[in-house]
Design a binder for this molecule. Structure first.
Ligand code: GLA
Length: 635
């Protein structure tokens, strides 16, 4: 099957006479997939109970005749004005109690019964009409679920939150115990007394906040399941996707992945940031890891500049293709854009498109067409396999517990996880992303940065016992799944494997966590009591900074601080050398990336300048793909 190539197509923004030109220019650019209908609700349903599909019939027929398949969106991402006028409960409320009004997009409350009813009617009507249309090859649920409005603090959200809490805890006594409500006189005597974590005079109960974030992620998941059920109950057989947003902080994508046939991602790295290709690589590895062994789709990226940064750089010639091939190299079977034709009106009119406002005689369209041709030559690509020996743990519950005040030091958990990924990426060592509960089999090294909150540590302990190498960093194994301490101190669950106990935490600044050698920790450092671990590095006062402990058939390392960016790279290299893990390609020049996809090696120069590879040279943003039986250029 050819790789999917195309983008969001919003024909309702244009007179019908323009559509044939669209399809012709798509054909010339090599487009074979268009995502249609993402924001078409108001056009499809002009009023409640009235559907107008004639125009959409003509769009789908035209695309089909032109050889362009359709990823049909369910159009539920933005309710029309008639809906919010008639049913104002669709709107969301901020923490402060202000209403988020219509006039923009994605203003619906995930818990609103009216939103759910209207969305269900829309999806049913769409699926009934198009489930057998030959153009439709995929269903695209909603759009970036949770973008803009994950958190709703309205009264109806409070009702849904209470039901969710009843399901989780059963009785109010269990909730009181889990939330620790003896503190600050917070004890509840009935679920009806509970509200979402609205604006409070001082810090809100941390478990209330954590549960509200879990609940809010689950409400989005309920929407996903609701639409999926309607699609399947109607008998539609096409694969179902929804476009994710990398390591989106507000939704536990691990719980979504099982619901989807195809994982897809939206990715907008800043072309001006020379390191954004590393963050993008993290997103690509995450998407591949969400459903191991299956390809995913890059559903949206910008063909050139976006409109929503304060200052929007254009992509350098070749940069868009390089980033697209990064996705392919890391497991994507589709490269799509937001959007096909540049909007002439509305707040995204300065966002680039595959077909710019200035027409096809533009660098952007030329590069789009060149990439389309290049992708066609790739033919069938292997499914991503087990190319990584290293896995990095990512846990959204941990992020939600840590993204709150009142810790020894505030830090961004997701940035720590991405930072460790970036370190291995810089070394061109292939990495998968994993859940905190695994599975870990097949990996040699598992890195768990600041795994503060844990529900079940036994898979990690088992991984070490059976021969794996675990590497943890400060602030790991601190709290139970409800963000409370376990009786008896910290590191209750991993301490035996780590050969130590953590006894206290100190926030640090400047050089307060310098090691005796030239390494330097940051953010916080731990006080440790050893129980078998050997000390590999000490802080300047002689206390342990880095330890290693043989346990069972394996070993567990612990860093009693957070590493700086540079130190993460040297520690990752030390770990790799120790375990005999080799990069996809060694000794590449800085900012040259190599990744593996079951025998397909992708090499990309992310520098705006040429680089030497032995006698060979890679031009600015040049990429090369080589199959395993063809040797890649030697560094
Ligand atoms: C997101 C949305 C698109 C569009 C782009 C702009 O990805 O899904 O509709 O707004 O951002 O970058």
């Amino acid at each position: 099957m050819a790789i999917f190539y195309g983008g969001d197509y919003n024909p309702e923004q244009w007179p019908e006479e323009v559509w044939p030109e669209d399809v012709e220019l798509m054909r010339r650019a090599g487009v074979n997939l268009a995502t249609v209908g993402v924001f078409s609700w108001a056009r499809i349903q002009p009023e409640e109970g009235v559907f107008d599909f004639d125009w959409l019939d003509r769009v789908l027929d035209l695309l089909h005749a032109g050889g362009v398949a359709v990823d049909l969106a369910t159009a539920t991402a933005s309710t029309p004005p008639w809906a919010t006028y008639k049913y104002p409960d669709i709107l969301t409320t901020t923490r402060e109690g202000a209403i988020r009004w219509p006039g923009s997009r994605q203003h619906y409350a995930p818990t609103s019964p009216d939103y759910r009813r209207l969305a269900s009617e829309l999806v049913s009507a769409l699926v009934d009409r198009y489930k057998d249309h030959p153009a439709v090859v995929m269903w695209h649920i909603n759009n970036e679920l949770g973008c803009h409005t994950t958190y709703d603090y309205s009264d109806q959200a409070a009702v849904a939150f209470r039901s969710w809490l009843v399901r989780r805890y059963g009785d109010i006594g269990s909730l009181n115990a889990a939330w620790g409500t003896t503190f600050w006189s917070q004890r509840y005597t009935g679920f009806e007394q509970i509200v979402p974590p609205r604006l409070t005079p001082a810090a809100v109960n941390p478990t209330q906040q954590l549960d509200f974030r879990r609940f809010s992620s689950d409400m989005l998941l309920e929407l996903l399941r609701m639409e999926k059920r309607i699609i399947r109950d109607a008998g539609a057989t096409q694969p179902i996707t929804t476009n994710m947003m990398g390591a989106f902080p507000n939704a536990d994508y691990w719980s979504w992945a099982d619901e989807l046939d195809v994982i897809s991602d939206d990715s907008y790295p800043d072309p001006r940031d020379p390191h954004s290709f590393r963050t993008a690589a993290f997103g690509r590895d995450l998407m591949r890891s969400l459903k191991p062994g299956t390809p995913w789709i890059l559903m949206e990226q910008a063909p050139n500049q976006v409109n929503w940064r304060p200052n929007n750089a254009v992509k350098a010639p070749g940069q868009m293709a390089a980033m697209s091939m990064q996705a392919v190299g890391r497991g994507a079977d589709g490269v799509l854009f937001f959007q096909w034709r540049q909007a002439a009106r509305g707040s995204e009119k300065f966002h680039s498109a595959m077909l710019p406002h200035a027409g096809p005689s533009t660098r952007t369209y030329r590069e789009v067409a060149e990439l389309g041709a290049a992708l066609r030559t790739l033919g069938d690509l292997p499914a991503p396999g087990r190319d990584a020996s290293v896995a990095i743990v990512l846990d959204w519950n941990c992020h939600w517990a840590l993204d709150q005040p009142n810790h020894p030091a505030r830090f961004n958990y997701l940035a720590q996880v991405q930072g460790w990924h970036a370190a291995f990426h810089e070394l061109n060592i292939q990495v998968d992303i994993v859940r905190s509960t695994g599975p870990f089999d097949g990996y040699d090294v598992v890195v768990a940065p600041s795994l503060y909150l844990m529900s079940d540590a036994s898979p990690l302990v088992q991984f070490v016992a059976s021969g794996g190498c675990l590497f943890t960093t400060a602030y790991t194994d601190v709290a139970d799944e409800n963000d409370g301490f376990l009786p008896g101190g910290f590191t209750q669950r991993l301490g035996e494997a780590l050969g130590l106990t953590v006894t206290d935490f100190a926030g640090v600044q400047g050089t307060e966590a310098s090691y005796a050698t030239n390494l330097r920790g940051e953010i916080l450092r731990e006080e440790i009591v050893l129980s078998g671990a050997e000390v590999l590095e000490t802080f300047t006062d002689g206390t342990p900074a880095l330890t290693r402990h043989p346990f069972g058939q394996g070993e567990a390392w612990h860093l009693a601080t957070m590493a700086t960016e540079a130190d993460r790279v040297s520690l990752a290299a030390r770990l790799a050398t120790h375990r005999g893990i080799t990069p996809v390609m060694a000794d590449l020049p800085p900012n040259v990336e190599a990744c593996a996809r079951s025998g397909l090696i992708t090499l990309i120069n992310h520098n705006p300048t040429p680089v030497k590879l032995g006698d060979d040279e890679l031009g600015p943003y040049e990429y090369r793909l080589s199959r395993a039986n063809v040797s890649p250029p030697q560094a």
